[in-house]
Design a protein around this ligand. Structure first.
Ligand SMILES: *Cc1c(COP(=O)(O)O)cnc(C)c1O
Length: 480
């Protein structure tokens, strides 16, 4: 009978004592490392049980090396920084907007210590969490009062629960949107206990449609910005001022969900039809709702700004307790809002605005330089700068097209998908764009300080995989 290869698999102790693994126990944790070594060897036994008797076992050193890589890989946090070379500036999968330096500094400053979240330091008395930002929101939107919660979906839920539970809210059929696959306005309204009263048709809704639907059950009129689609052709919708006039006549609040949260006019950056919070308040909306991490370029949160009595109703509703934000969000939001007091400062300091407004010539120069450098890298067959178009947001603002420049990379010894996967699993992780079997690094969404990191990331693939053939999977799954 042929010798059983299972007998030659090293013991857990042998692996733990090997030079490659020995140091890890001290660095990570003895228990974690023992556990990982066991898992790896167990799976290896399963594989070799079915393999031919003369299957090649790796040497002890090779095996220890592989296990060390597996352990190091499994120790990487699942949530880690990514260089976004997809070109999509507000990529929900990549956490939407990166924060401004001032926001990061303030967030870090309160992170490791206690903070004056609900204490007024001057009087020593209990204060409101929203005090950290309310003055700024009022100043930037012209609203009387503001509240902040977990996100804009939460803001919508809270507002409907506080103002319209058990009653009707009138919304145009053309604005019953779904955003990001999980925010469906009709479902959020139902969760808030409000009954949706749809009026008009998909492409046309007139102010008279709202007027005819008003009855004793009506609690509010609502307008929702159709951030992620556009109806073209024969369309008609009621203007906000018409809704405001109608609302005033019937003493009904008008709620304006503007979605993206523009605090400045984005038309100057080539983005049309993005409602500005201050404009909505000026027109007379009673409450304006928007996200903190879309066009505002701050942390994830939902901002409710508007009439004092209505904001108070929302803020004192029990759901507010469930949706409240923590000190990290408050610190980052306050710092971001402070930058907006001077729009030029905001454009320079808020990464989203900086990247959005980078002139194409600038991106072209960077793409050409990077392409040139990449041509010298082992896994690169060809690299060239190409002009292309990208979008402001994937799920959130996909209708806004932006001119951009990319580096088109043709790999050698691996497929486009291999290249894409290797870049995603490197450190730092890089997400590019695969488009019609072509691999692109889009510089629209890459801050210039990361250009060098892109080069290093592609160089590192050659080092990880030797000749260029991928063995990356072996470090991800237990045995190869
Ligand atoms: C994005 C968006 C939402 C949801 O906001 P989140 O902050 O992602 O919860 C709601 N309404 C509109 C119009 C939006 O664009």
């Amino acid at each position: 009978m042929a010798p059983n290869p299972l007998r030659n698999i090293p013991s857990v102790t042998q692996i733990l004592e090997s030079p490659a693994v020995r140091g890890l126990a001290e660095k990570i944790s003895h228990n974690v490392v023992v556990d990982r070594v066991r898992t790896f060897l167990d799976e290896m036994r399963v594989q070799f049980r079915d393999a031919a008797a003369d299957a090649n076992l790796p040497t002890l050193a090779e095996l220890a090396d592989r296990i060390a890589r597996y352990i190091q890989h499994s120790e990487q946090p699942r949530l880690r920084p990514v260089i976004n070379a997809t070109g999509i500036l507000l990529h929900t999968g990549l956490g939407r907007a990166p924060l401004a330096k001032a926001a990061i500094d303030d967030l870090v400053a309160v992170a490791g210590d206690y903070a004056s979240v609900e204490i007024d330091l001057a009087s020593g008395k209990r204060s409101q969490r929203v005090d950290a930002v309310e003055g700024l929101v009022r100043q930037l939107t012209g609203a009387e009062a503001a509240a902040v919660c977990n996100n804009n979906a939460g803001a919508t839920l809270l507002v409907l629960a506080a103002l319209a539970a058990g009653r009707e809210v009138i919304v145009s059929r053309g604005q019953l949107i779904e955003i990001g696959g999980s925010f469906r306005l009709p479902e959020v309204m139902a969760a808030g206990g409000a009954t949706l009263r749809e009026v008009g048709t998909t492409n046309k809704t007139r102010i008279s449609d709202y007027g005819q639907a008003i009855g004793p059950q009506t609690a509010a009129l609502m307008q929702v910005h159709t951030s992620n689609f556009r109806v073209v052709g024969f369309t008609e919708s009621a203007a906000l001022e018409e809704l405001v006039r109608l609302g005033r006549k019937h003493s009904l609040p008008v709620i304006d969900d503007i979605g993206s949260g523009a605090l400045v006019d984005f038309a100057q950056f080539g983005c049309r039809d993005e409602p500005v919070a201050a404009e909505s308040i000026r027109t007379g909306a009673d409450l304006v709702l928007f996200s903190g991490d879309k066009l505002l370029g701050g942390p994830q949160c939902g901002i409710i700004a508007g009439r004092k009595d209505l904001v108070k109703k929302c803020a004192s509703h029990p759901l507010m307790r469930a949706l409240r934000v923590d000190k990290l969000t408050l610190a980052a939001l306050a710092a971001t809002l402070r930058l907006y007091r001077d729009p030029e400062v905001a454009q320079r300091e808020v990464p989203l605005l900086t990247m959005l407004t980078t002139p194409p010539e600038n991106l072209m120069g960077r793409a050409q330089r990077l392409a040139e450098q990449l041509r010298g890298v082992a896994v690169v067959k060809s690299a060239e700068a190409v002009a292309d178009v990208t979008y402001l947001g994937g799920g959130s603002v996909p209708t806004q097209q932006l001119p951009t420049w990319c580096v088109l990379i043709e790999p050698v010894g691996m497929s486009v998908d291999d290249l894409s996967r290797e870049l995603r699993s490197g450190t730092p992780a890089v997400m590019g764009r695969v488009q019609q079997d072509r691999f692109l690094l889009d510089l629209r969404s890459v801050p210039p300080r990361h250009d060098r990191d892109l080069l290093t990331a592609v160089e590192a693939i050659g080092k990880r995989t030797g000749s260029g053939a991928s063995d990356g999977e072996q470090t991800r799954e237990p045995p190869g």
